[in-house]
Design a protein around this ligand. Sequence first.
Ligand code: UT7
Length: 326
Amino acid sequence: MIGETGNPVTITGLGCNVPERVLSNDELAQFVDTSDEWIRERTGIRQRHMASKEEALSDVSLPAARRALEQAGSDGSDIDLLIVATVTPDMAFPSTAAILADRLGCTHAAAYDLAAGCTGFVYALAQGYGMVAAGLSKRALVVGGDLLSRILDWDDRSTLVLFGDGAGAVVLEAAPEQGFLGFELGADGAGGENLWLPGSGSRLFDDAERYVKMNGREVFKFATRVLVQSAEDIMERCGVTIDDVDVYVPHQANVRIIDHATKKLGVPSEKVVVNVDRYGNTSSGSIPLALADGVADGRIKPGALVLMTGMGAGLTWGSALMRWTT
Ligand code: UT7
């Protein structure tokens, strides 16, 4: 799916949150046969945050959502649509969106979860955009977050070292000037078994299979291909070139994947937001956490053209191109 946007909609609030506990590479080396050196060289990751046993996704997302609402000058009762992009909801049902809606006082909101792997946040942005642009929603809260630490096999070094926990949230509203310029979203189910949680649903519900399994090399190849293709497709569709892009916000999975995409696209490194070293891959939390870092370091500011591209389980990918207005 690809398209330029119609009625103008923008982000009016952004908030993020990560659990307090920081887990170093050296600590992981106590569980599996790995080392700080290997993890840093092969992934760029130095540490990640991990939720405590008592924290579920709604707990980690709540402060992020509150910050986004505060920046937008809204409270829960102003929200009429709440989407949570995640593959690690508090439970299969009720949805984490419904739980969050209750905790935020969103008494007039439709609320549901959306699963598109690590691309979930970009998918949810596109969906929120569509609902607001069509006039169905006045003010949407889009949350992206995951606690992947909950579904990792702590004996599997090929996945354990890559992921971290975190969440981000944005408020979307109609605006006088266009924020979102276009979206490109895709999925390739044929590659689904390269990154999957086989024992977690109606096909199979089995404890032994309820952990992330990944063919890292295949996902690496897929990631380097789609990050470039999706970004090029959306830029072409919207009539912009890479030189017009002020800030590039790729999914934070592995610094080698980001470097590859950056080189192929021809983006100078000073335009690229990278925080995988501090957070690891936070799945649906990755892009909003990176947006927040880009805002904090002054690169994402009103007028900046921001290109975001995600990829992940499904296999899925997605890009959003937007003019930052907040
Ligand atoms: O949102 C999408 C999520 N997933 C991804 O983005 C993952 C994409 N894939 C990757 O990032 C990389 O493929 C990995 C980081 C997962 C692996 O890096 P790689 O350079 O592709 O390593 P490899 O799989 O080719 O393995 C090289 C060696 C192997 O040992 P041998 O067979 O050469 O003796 C692995 O067993 O590294 C070994 N290895 C490790 N060693 C220490 C694999 N994981 C580890 C580890 N610590 N954690």
